[in-house]
Design a protein around this ligand. Sequence first.
Ligand code: NDP
Length: 247
Amino acid sequence: MDFNGKTALVTGGSRGIGRAVALGLAALGANVVVNYVRGADAAEEVVAKIKQLNGQAKAVQADVSDHGQAAKLVEDVVTEFGAIDVLINNAGITRDGLILRMSEEDWHKVINTNLSGAFNCTQAAAKKMIKQRKGSMVNISSVVGLIGNAGQSNYAAAKAGLIGLTKSVARELSARNVRVNALAPGFIMTDMTENLNEDIKSSIIDRVPLGRLGTAEEIANAVIWLASDEASYITGQVLVADGGLAM
Ligand code: NDP
């Protein structure tokens, strides 16, 4: 895979899966914009690591759930590097709760970040990619969007919504040589899953045929492949990387 001369925007690129994707893309030659919302230090650490390897990167703060901030983020990418070839819609949060107890605020917060955030960045990036007549987007969904999960109705709805967004935008942009795919990870060791108690973790592992949680790097490998020219005839697809959990 070769990303030399290409520019990628990774939303939520400062930690976890996004961080692994940002580092992986940079290692393959991409210029990378590492987006974050609060953790400037973590984002700058990713940028420093990329620069140590002679890559080009920049950290840009933006709340993707804000339409204006997302549009400015994409403008910043183009101003800095001249184009946007790859968009990884990765920024995401959880606010878990059973349906009877879920607050309206927690519902909207997760939908606004995980689903509307992807819409906001997709719309802004699509305008650029249509003009460039090339581009590729990968939306980070989840197996939870395919099979549901008790206590995560907001998160599962957002992640299922991302699949509809992926397929619709793939249909709209195919004629302009822009591909759009989704990656649905299973349970991956990041800050997001760190707080799960040990009983829940071991019950998840019991259900995973490969018998373990995944790593951020394992997800990044699949995301980067989908974003690359090696996947040039693939669009509108959902690739599941979950150790066999949802098969
Ligand atoms: P982490 O919690 O480790 O990292 C989340 C990242 O998203 C951080 O960089 C964070 O930035 C950023 N972020 C959060 N809210 C916003 C926002 N409003 N605007 C911009 N950036 C934001 O998450 P993971 O790496 O675990 O997850 C990454 C993606 O993968 C998410 O979409 C998640 O739903 C999905 N996923 C994760 C799975 C897992 O098991 N871990 C499984 C399936 C899917 P900051 O540090 O500044 O807050």
